[in-house]
Design a protein around this ligand. Sequence first.
Ligand code: HEM
Length: 405
Amino acid sequence: MLSNKTIEIVKSTAPILAERGVEITSYFYKSLFEAHPELLNIFNHANQKQGRQQTALANTVYAAATYIDQLEVLLPAVKQIAHKHRSLNVKKEHYPIVGEFLLKAIKDVLGDAATPDIIEAWGEAYAVIAQVFIDVEEEMYNKAKNEAWEEFKAFKIVKKEQESSVITSFYLEASDGKPVPNFQAGQYITIRLSIPGEEYLLNRQYSLSDSPGKQTLRISVKRETGENIDQNGKVSNYLHDSVNVGDEVEITAPAGDFVLDGSANSPLYLISGGVGITPMLSMLKTVGDNQPNRMVTFIQAANDGKVQAFEHEVSETVHSMPNAKKFVILQHPTSSDREENKFDFEGYLDLQKLEQLVKEKDATFYVCGPAPFMGSVIENLQRLGVKSENINYEFFGPAIDLKQY
Ligand code: HEM
């Protein structure tokens, strides 16, 4: 139990730390990795370089500090992060290391302003926050151990298939021949690769794109292009160019809480932008397997017909479900997309289009895609009168922050 004095100090200094948050956590990561370079086998170097992880961790620690006397409020957010930690094999013995360097960073960046009382209070608060994560994660490790496996396990690529000009699917089978684990539609796996020329192992999360109960696990990876190609695209390009049938990769057991509620029978809207289709397709196929009469509207936005993936699979699934519909929105359709009648709407999935598509405001909504797409879809759904609690979404990349609490 923290003393009232500690709680008071932590709460009153949290805003000062938040203000210098990015500075403190940037310093923290630099000194952490200097002392413990082995942790670079766990952290995503692209996120580090872009400062995304710094912001996520900083925001979380300060939000947690603000709620230090009622941490249960943060549990849903803790669970989401804990899923990510478990899938990356973050272990309880890592927490004291992170704590030591975080405190050192607070001390060094704040200088004289960080009095011994303040440092002591934050040390105690960090221990309490860390214990919440450790407990939640321990439960997740036990579940993974019982239902799948605990850490990384070798899987073989048994099929590689191009789904669009930028998305390729990889079908994975356990190298030890054991059956693949069950999972919930919407979950992801972490894949860990040793890439020639790279000093450290690289980890990335990919959603499972097929329904559970198959002989293989399937991920569908978008090839990253553009300015930050070195950082962002290392793993996806390596998978596309150099990982082939017969090769082995290491993965952790399925994780994540952005999952289909298969116990509900409410009308369902599955809305995706770009490669955000991967968890949505898993959900669609799962409903097709288990609740074929459920009302489902599958809305897929893509730039054009060349990058639009899974056209055949979506159509086949939707046609097998009497109450399912699908709509394709292409932002910049090509002339052949027009000739082949490949889309239902042209342009951006804006308020007007959503108004035409969304007939049941009390339905359950799942949204996945790039951040700007999701931001605008969520805002427009709310404008149409959909309640926030009925909108489920997942951003790719680090969870943005805990400001919503
Ligand atoms: C991801 C917070 C401890 C390693 C994250 C994220 C948050 C966070 C908010 C982003 C979640 C997302 O991507 O959805 C915290 C807090 C901690 C803590 C508040 C302490 C109380 C640790 C420890 C380690 C660790 C001890 C291991 C040394 C990671 C890694 C990621 C991550 C590898 C994935 C993102 C990346 O690779 O850049 N954490 N974390 N974290 N955390 Fe933690």
